[in-house]
Design a protein around this ligand. Structure first.
Ligand code: ATP
Ligand code: MG
Length: 308
């Protein structure tokens, strides 16, 4: 499937209202998309294995959304099937007092994925131009007076662009996903969380309090997406009213980036290949030649390598 439709690379003016929340690209049911999702998960697992073995590029997937847009379940579905050793998920909640004692990118820096890994941010440093902007939280932060100006958020957009450019130039591909949910669908999901006892734990009164600021959040998202999209780190505005469709689009975006990286298993030097063959023969004939140990073969090849 083609995801360019949902991608904004910073060309032209960005209007959130031009992006649908309920598009399903012609698919009419979850069942119809399941085989495609499964195929993407298979591809992802295969490519992630190579990414991990190659140990050069890494991927950072950032999820941002309004409450109940399905971040958690999208993360769960999308990464199911990949090797957990090569994936890390980090949730960005309200900053702790230690985090508030640092600049806003500090906690993100510490959570960046290692080479060969896929890092997932469930919320991110974008909260510092979203919730912080909507509620004016920067005014109570430990920032010196000289930093709190009318340019603060414009400066942050710029800092984020520089940061993401830095990541790209240092081997980290950044994928930014905005799960685009309608206000009506959020209401339905909140009601479900209240009505279904097994979903009660997911609901918090603050979700309703934040809903009052819906338009402010939409404006903040529009501004943030407009000012921080680039060719290297575009935003994907993924329709999220149908969870099954959002999952398919997200899996496709990640597979596309992995294919673009095209990671390869490291090629073994000729001597090592020869050593493996000798070890193989040794294993196959070990019953006949019990005196000839594998370590003897390995050390003879290592000695040869030292001499080269
Ligand atoms: P769920 O979908 O389960 O509700 P969540 O991501 O909303 O998941 P919560 O624990 O409900 O998780 O909320 C985390 C809260 O932390 C969000 O309201 C978010 O806006 C807030 N937050 C994250 N980063 C910051 C920040 N830098 N400053 C202030 N608030 C922040
Ligand atoms: Mg929440």
């Amino acid at each position: 499937m083609n995801t360019t439709h949902y991608c904004y690379t910073g060309q032209g003016r960005f209007h959130l209202k031009n992006y649908s929340t309920c598009d399903t690209a012609g698919f009419s049911s979850k069942e119809e998309t399941l085989p495609l999702l499964k195929e993407n998960q298979k591809q992802m697992a295969m490519l992630q294995d190579r990414l991990y073995a190659e140990n050069k590029e890494s991927i950072l997937v950032i999820f941002q959304a309004m409450d109940a847009a399905g971040k958690d379940s999208a993360i769960k579905h999308v990464i199911s099937g990949v090797n957990p050793q090569g994936v890390s998920v980090r949730n960005f909640k309200q900053p702790s007092s230690e985090e508030l004692d640092h600049d806003y990118l500090w906690r993100a820096f510490r959570a960046l994925p290692e080479r060969g890994n896929i890092g997932i941010f469930n919320r991110s440093y974008y909260e510092d131009v979203l919730v912080v902007k909507v509620h004016g939280l920067h005014r109570n932060a430990q920032l010196p007076e000289r930093c709190i100006t009318e340019h603060l958020f414009d400066q942050r957009y710029q800092q984020i662009c520089h940061f993401e450019n830095y990541l790209h130039q240092n081997g980290i591909r950044v994928i930014k996903i905005f799960l685009h949910l309608s206000r009506e669908e959020q209401k339905k999901r909140f009601l479900k969380r209240i009505d279904k006892p097994e979903k009660n734990w997911k609901f918090s009164q603050s979700d309703i309090e934040e809903r009052v600021f819906w338009d402010d959040y939409q404006n903040a998202y529009e501004q943030a997406i407009q000012h921080t999209s680039s060719k290297q780190a575009p935003w994907y505005i993924v329709p999220a009213d149908k969870k099954w469709f959002a999952r398919l689009v997200i899996s496709q975006i990640i597979v596309d980036v992995l294919n673009d990286i095209n990671p390869q298993y490291p090629a073994l030097p000729e001597e090592t290949k020869r050593m493996l063959q000798q070890c193989r023969e040794q294993l196959l004939t070990e019953d006949q030649n019990s005196g000839n140990t594998i370590s003897a073969v390995v050390s003879s090849v290592e000695k040869e390598q030292d001499e080269i």
